[in-house]
Design a protein around this ligand. Structure first.
Ligand SMILES: *Cc1c(COP(=O)(O)O)cnc(C)c1O
Length: 352
């Protein structure tokens, strides 16, 4: 893939404090256009800025949009690295297949990220916990209201320096089990990373927030019984010494952090069970004191311990509202590999 590069003539001041998440954007972005006749073309890195779009563009009306999320990390020696980017490339293509958006060669996907991060490398923060968030996204861009298969699409990558997810240390979150809305159903788009899934989750998320909870725990859409995910993270539990995480049934997003946690845990000698886990079983375990730990996992937080879980009028406290041993171990190992403090025996790191 040939990428043309046009550098900005007006570089911005690089922020170093109060980075937050998704507030600041770097000086450049990557774009590429798709046309059914000619395939992908015009791969380019250009100054970051607004994009010109037709008001009838497919994405505005029929929601054909998918995205990815990964990070570039700066090691102590100053070098910049990515964590399992080919996994993002593969997942984006699985999402594309589901929404009938065009797929992108996996090497081109990773090369585009590397080229863009290289151009804006100075924006990768140097502190442990801080990183450069990478957001690739792809959408249908036909300029017509006709409902038909997609002939034109656009792929863009933007970069956003982001602060530590845990500036004040890892605090366990309060989660509410959602009984009315569902995020996804088997046969739908739950396994695809698409914007529509997030739109469908907004109402429950807002309701939970109003009641003082950070996120919702989603139950499956058919039985309203089996645990699926927590907010936009996968979820894991330690019940009576055994690690349990919902199996990938088609309505759950196959997280790369989830996959990495499973590999690390197995390597550490833990038994990990990917299986159906009903809310009744979880409530029983909480009542019997057998739920030892619960945590969400995803790229943004790595792991997010759950300290309180609300269901049906009762608030259950997990592990005294503190981070558990397994959760802490996963956090240390994964962040250690990502920021280059721990040897990467898994071959997960990709240098820039
Ligand atoms: C992105 C995402 C995750 C986490 O995936 P990672 O690859 O670990 O970042 C989990 N659930 C949903 C719904 C997501 O969109």
């Amino acid at each position: 893939m040939n990428i043309s590069i046009t550098k900005t003539t007006a570089p911005k001041a690089i922020p170093t404090e109060n980075l937050g998440f998704g507030k600041h954007f770097t000086d450049h972005m990557f774009l590429m256009d798709y046309d059914r006749e000619t395939g992908w073309s015009n791969a380019r890195i250009v100054p970051f800025g607004r994009i010109d779009m037709h008001p009838a563009a497919t994405v505005f009306h029929y929601g054909a949009e998918i995205f990815e999320g990964l990070k570039a990390y700066r090691r102590e020696d100053g070098k910049v690295q990515l964590f399992r980017p080919y996994e993002n490339a593969r997942r984006m293509n699985n999402s594309a297949e589901r929404l009938r958006l065009p797929q992108i060669d996996e090497n081109d996907f990773v090369d585009a990220i590397k080229a863009l991060v290289k151009v804006d490398e100075a924006w990768v923060p140097a502190n442990f916990g801080e990183s450069l968030y990478i957001r690739p996204f792809l959408f249908g861009n036909d300029e017509t209201l006709g409902v038909h298969s997609i002939r034109k699409a656009t792929f863009i990558i933007i970069l956003s320096p982001s602060g530590s997810y845990y500036p004040e240390g890892i605090n366990p979150v309060k989660i509410m089990i959602e009984k009315d809305d569902v995020r996804a159903v088997k046969g739908g788009t739950g396994f695809a990373k698409c914007g529509g899934n997030y739109a469908a989750a907004n109402r429950a998320g807002e309701n939970a927030e109003k009641k003082g909870y950070t996120q919702v725990l989603w139950l499956d859409g058919v039985h309203r019984k089996y645990i699926e995910e927590v907010g936009a993270m996968n979820v894991m539990f330690k019940i009576d010494g055994e690690i349990v995480t919902p199996e990938l049934t088609g309505s759950i997003l196959p997280g790369i952090t989830r996959k990495s946690c499973i590999e690390v845990l197995k390597n550490q000698g833990y038994k990990v069970n990917e299986r159906l886990l009903s809310i009744d079983e979880l409530v029983e375990a909480m009542k019997d004191g057998k739920l030892e730990e619960a945590w969400g996992c995803g790229t943004a937080a790595v792991v997010s311990p759950i300290g309180k879980l609300y269901y049906d009028g009762t608030e259950y406290v997990i592990n005294n509202g503190e981070i558990g041993e397994v959760t802490q171990k996963l956090y240390d190992i994964l962040t250690g590999i990502q920021w280059g403090k721990v040897e990467d025996t898994y071959n997960w790191i990709e240098s820039i």
